[in-house]
Design a binder for this molecule. Structure first.
Ligand SMILES: [Fe+2]
Ligand SMILES: [Fe+2]
Length: 150
């Protein structure tokens, strides 16, 4: 991944962790032992609730909202937000399955795939738009206040 503006580095760091979890979900989906598969799914759900939700919130509130009316960025921003909703829906299905003692392999695979394409698309398409279209004052402000303000 390319060098990011300081304001985006915490999010890019989260992306590395997310890709690692996506790989574990993909591998875990093929485990035949239910308790092992549940452990992988449970690890992901904890990561999702503890980190990914906040990550989505930061992206949407701090970086995507200022770009939604930019003609050039609108489609990419809306696509990214729609993917957040789809990921949220799949994570919810996985979480509810765990409550019933399940860990559906197809849900795990779908989540893995969507998380991976989402992160790659943000790094390749969305973050460069953020860096180009937000002013350097806005980015510097977000770099110093971002995480604490959400
Ligand atoms: Fe995102
Ligand atoms: Fe992201």
């Amino acid at each position: 991944m390319t060098r990011r503006h300081d304001a985006l580095i915490p999010l890019t760091h989260d992306h590395h962790h997310t890709l690692a979890h996506a790989r574990r979900l993909e591998e875990g989906a093929s485990l035949t032992d239910l308790s092992e598969r549940r452990r992988v799914a449970d690890d992901f759900v904890n990561f999702y609730l503890g980190r990914v939700l906040r990550h989505f919130h930061e992206e949407e509130e701090l970086f995507f909202a200022p770009l939604v009316d930019h003609e050039e960025a609108c489609d990419e921003v809306m696509k990214a937000v729609a993917e957040h909703l789809r990921i949220h829906g799949l994570a919810r299905v996985l979480r509810r399955g765990l409550v019933d003692g399940e860990a559906d392999p197809e849900t795990m695979k779908a989540l893995s795939k969507l998380l991976t394409t989402h992160v790659r698309s943000e790094e390749k398409n969305v973050f460069p738009l953020v860096e180009r279209l937000l002013t350097s004052e806005e980015l510097t402000d977000l770099a110093t206040t971002g995480r604490r303000d959400v």
